[in-house]
Design a protein around this ligand. Structure first.
Ligand code: PGA
Length: 250
């Protein structure tokens, strides 16, 4: 049985003050949604605050990306061992905003996935097609290509613990959610790709949906057989809404 994971990707939002309230609200409400695992992904500079406020709670936390490298002359980057110092359990890798705005290649994403695992941080690998790719009918081949780069480097064994997030780029921050059937189709495709390599691992891997998920549509999405949680952007910035999404998965 896969325990659902509801993960809040705060992106580049928040202040010390707003985050204090958000974390307090999530911490206070977590007991009411204990059937679901909760995690939050703050900007790097707030990780110390996140650790301080969530320490000892059931809520996990992580980073929105990390360097491929463990240390060295990489100005502006943050390495896996540093994230470990601040108690990160997870790191998002290959979010579409990183791929498109910062030119992260499939190979770079795979390297980041490996860098996280090396220090015992579970990667959340984001995959997903653009609107143009969906309209061309190449959704599956795009997702397969993104997945393959990681499988080639790290192997299927890496996916027992690692998480995948299917995030159609056209649904991110647009208010346009994939229908539960559209999402389920791609999730089932991803799981079948993993199952072709190792059925047991495929059965264990959590595949989250992301893209304009909110309390109003979470119940339907989370009821699908292969949707094991959500990666939530905008709707994770309010404790009440974030907890209501988690509640829909209980
Ligand atoms: P959204 O973002 O929920 O604001 O669409 C999701 C994501 O980018 O992870």
């Amino acid at each position: 049985m896969r325990r659902k994971l509801v993960a809040g990707n705060w992106k580049m939002n928040g202040s010390a003050e707003s985050i204090r309230g958000l974390l307090q609200g999530i911490r206070d409400g977590a007991a009411g949604v204990s059937a679901v695992e909760l995690a939050v992904f703050s900007p790097f500079v707030y990780l110390a605050q996140v650790q301080q406020q969530l320490h000892g709670s059931a809520v996990a936390w992580g980073a929105q990306t990390l360097s491929e490298h463990a240390s060295g002359a990489y100005t502006g980057e943050v390495a896996g061992p540093m994230l470990k110092d601040f108690g990160c359990a997870y790191a998002i890798v290959g979010h579409s905003e990183r791929r498109t705005l910062y030119g992260e290649s499939d190979q770079a994403v795979a390297n980041k996935f490996a860098a996280a695992r090396k220090v015992g941080i579970k990667p959340i690998l984001c995959v997903g097609e653009t609107l143009e790719e969906r309209e061309k009918g190449i959704t599956e081949s795009v997702v397969e290509r993104q997945l393959k780069a990681v499988l080639d480097l790290e192997g299927i064994g890496a996916f027992g613990e690692a998480v995948i997030a299917y995030e159609p780029v056209w649904a991110i921050g647009t208010g346009k959610t994939a229908t539960s059937a559209q999402a389920q189709d791609v999730h089932a495709f991803i799981r079948a790709k993993l199952a072709a390599l190792d059925a047991k691992v495929a059965g264990q891997t959590r595949i989250l949906y992301g893209g304009s998920m909110k309390a109003a549509n979470a119940g339907e999405l989370l009821a699908m057989a292969d949707i094991d949680g959500g990666l939530i952007g905008g709707a994770s910035l309010e404790a009440k809404e974030f907890l209501a999404i988690a509640k829909a998965g209980c």
